[in-house]
Design a protein around this ligand. Structure first.
Ligand SMILES: Cc1cc2nc3c(=O)[nH]c(=O)nc-3n(C[C@H](O)[C@H](O)[C@H](O)COP(=O)(O)O)c2cc1C
Length: 193
């Protein structure tokens, strides 16, 4: 039996932080490959590999921002101009944005929600691998993640599920302090009534 112990890995899991302010340079091809190999090790019932990643960089970020704003307007014609302007600028907050979505497959034993969770785990592995390489990352969503209009603009199916937009780059802000949480606030003994 092989036993794996990695105190450094454990420390990384316990100390990872998001970086809201991200600048150039974007992750290199090699750094991104490391992120994807980490993502591919997410737990995955029946090995359906539901995760998909779309990289958006350069001026394509402007196209994405416009698609987000158009989706917001299609879903709510009364949406405020300020919200549209904010959505348009959103993807410019980092040199690289990765759209992560679950490519949901029909399966007798693996419902859609499990595939969405597996894709969320892949997204988390990806941002953790970015952190482990000294990159900055932030997982964002917004209501467009629920928008069929955005799915159509991205050329995705209505059964696909966007789990978020991963913003990646070089951290431009200091790490914020990590809030210490008490285990007893979240964990209890099994005690059925
Ligand atoms: C599915 C998902 C969606 C999120 N969407 C947003 C978002 O739209 N805006 C935001 O500020 N944080 C969002 N977050 C939270 C940030 O990624 C981040 O975890 C949070 O700011 C706390 O920072 P920390 O990761 O350093 O603890 C989201 C997290 C998840 C898991």
């Amino acid at each position: 039996m092989t036993i794996h112990k990695s105190p450094e890995f454990l420390k990384g899991l316990q100390t990872r932080v998001s970086h809201a302010i991200l600048t150039d340079p974007a992750p290199t091809k090699e750094e991104l490959e490391q992120c994807y190999y980490a993502a591919f090790r997410a737990p995955d019932h029946a090995y359906l590999r539901p995760w998909r990643f779309i990289e958006v960089r350069g001026d394509q970020r402007i196209v994405l921002g416009e698609a987000m704003a158009a989706a917001m307007q299609a879903d709510d014609p009364d949406v405020a101009e300020a919200a549209l302007a904010k959505a348009k600028k959103g993807p410019l907050r980092a040199p690289l944005v990765i759209i992560v979505y679950a490519h949901i497959q029909e399966h007798a034993k693996v419902p859609a929600w499990e595939q969405v969770v597996a894709t969320g785990c892949a997204a988390h592995n990806l941002v953790s691998a970015a952190y482990a390489q000294g990159l900055g990352a932030m997982w964002r969503s917004g209501h467009v993640t629920e928008s069929n209009s955005l799915l159509a603009a991205l050329g995705l199916r209505e059964t696909d599920k966007v789990v978020g937009f991963l913003y990646l780059g070089t951290p431009a802000n200091d790490d914020k302090p990590i809030q210490a949480l008490a285990i007893d606030d979240f964990v209890s003994e099994f005690n059925p009534k």
